[in-house]
Design a protein around this ligand. Structure first.
Ligand SMILES: NC(=O)c1ccc[n+]([C@@H]2O[C@H](COP(=O)([O-])OP(=O)(O)OC[C@H]3O[C@@H](n4cnc5c(N)ncnc54)[C@H](OP(=O)(O)O)[C@@H]3O)[C@@H](O)[C@H]2O)c1
Length: 261
């Protein structure tokens, strides 16, 4: 069975990908930790769209989780021809005061797991000379962001890595794209312990982000920013010197995270 594997499919952008691609008759492998949500979504999508869907409930930050996930799909004879590396979370605050284990877990999920799954499934895609990989990055990755430092850096990695391997894999008929959403209405802010007051106005819906992503795939893009305001922000971020941007952002957030220190 050929299938699209989506990490972080239990909510937000991942769930929106699952719903949209099920409607387009993709068979699916849904991955996240929340077993009940995945089971419910699988049952609903199978009944509504007459597709085949599996779910694998797994903590992708656990030791060798990526290997376990890959072996599970191999065992069931699933050919992952679309891989959507979407699971991720963030954290905000004064880096020196943030919980180190949580910061490292974020790097494990947003970076290490994404790299491992990409590497594992690429081998098979190369053999078949076809495949599609969407790595969910963020507009936050276009510049260093004080008090959002680790998260922004993980997403800078994801975008750079994805654009580089997109070219490596072009001759093999494999398309790789970095998807860079801006602020999107999902569970991200709660899961990342980010104050509601810091949520940017004019958020996109996960469905809008997925629409942009699929347009990007159709147009053969290696990077796509979702939303015009986010695109303009990305352009400004690329033009402005990092020293200026970081000082400006730090000034706006310093009193919140460092008080009068
Ligand atoms: N929302 C935004 O403003 C925004 C903007 C730019 C980029 N993004 C990126 O978009 C992606 C999706 O986030 P979202 O906004 O849709 O947030 P979300 O609603 O919180 O979804 C995150 C998904 O990741 C899964 N996940 C989290 N930790 C996991 C773990 N250890 N193992 C396996 N799965 C895990 C969650 O499921 P379980 O809890 O069930 O495991 C959930 O399905 C992330 O990479 C995020 O960085 C979001």
């Amino acid at each position: 069975m050929k299938a699209t594997l989506i990490t972080g499919a239990s909510s937000g952008i991942g769930e929106a990908f699952a719903r949209r691609l099920a409607a387009e008759k993709h068979d699916l492998v849904l991955v996240a930790r929340s077993e009940d949500k995945l089971r419910g979504l699988r049952d609903e999508l199978m009944a509504e769209h007459k597709i085949t869907a599996h779910f694998i409930a797994i903590d992708l930050t656990a030791f060798e989780a990526d290997k376990q996930l890959f072996e599970e799909t191999e065992k069931h004879g699933i050919e992952v021809n679309w891989l959507i590396n979407n699971a991720g979370f963030g954290s905000m605050g004064d880096f020196a005061k943030l919980d180190l284990d949580r910061e490292l877990q974020m790097i494990d999920l947003n970076v290490s797991c994404l790299v491992s799954l990409t590497h594992r499934y690429l081998q098979k895609m190369r053999e078949r000379r076809s495949g599609n990989i969407i790595n969910v990055s963020s507009a936050a990755g276009f510049q260093p962001i004080p008090f959002f430092a680790t998260y922004a850096a993980t997403k800078a990695f994801v975008t750079s890595f994805s654009e580089a391997i997109a070219e490596e894999n072009r001759p093999f008929g494999i398309q790789v794209m970095a998807l860079c959403p801006g602020s999107t209405k999902t569970n991200f802010f709660k899961a990342s312990n980010i104050d509601r007051a810091l949520q940017v106005k004019g958020q996109q819906t996960p469905e809008e982000v997925v629409e942009t992503a699929l347009n990007g795939v159709t147009r053969g893009r290696t990077k796509i920013v979702s939303g015009w305001a986010n695109y303009l922000g990305a352009v400004m971020g690329a033009i402005a010197p990092n020293a200026l941007t970081t000082r400006f952002i730090a000034k706006a957030l310093r009193s919140k995270y460092q008080g009068k220190e």
